[in-house]
Design a protein around this ligand. Structure first.
Ligand SMILES: [Zn+2]
Length: 78
């Protein structure tokens, strides 16, 4: 599931939200002042099963994005 980073227009605070792709375009508001925010970054976090069967987060480097299926994380969340 991708993590979306937002910056508040009003107070400038940055925060992150973990949202599904279907929620990515929904309205978000500042966690501090409830002002209008802009989505600034999409970070791919994919999960892979390790040997013990636990899901471990894997930074999206090099391989395809597990969240959006794109070949580049730069397209994730667009
Ligand atoms: Zn704010």
């Amino acid at each position: 599931m991708p993590i979306y980073e937002y910056i508040c227009f009003d107070c400038g605070s940055k925060f992150e939200l973990l949202r599904s792709l279907s929620e990515a375009d929904k309205e978000a508001s500042c966690s501090q002042c409830y002002g209008q925010v802009e989505r600034v970054v999409s970070v791919c976090v994919s999960f892979s099963k390790d040997g013990s069967g636990e899901s471990v987060p894997v930074a999206g480097t090099g391989s395809s994005c597990g969240s959006c299926g794109a070949t580049s994380c730069s397209t994730c969340g667009v």
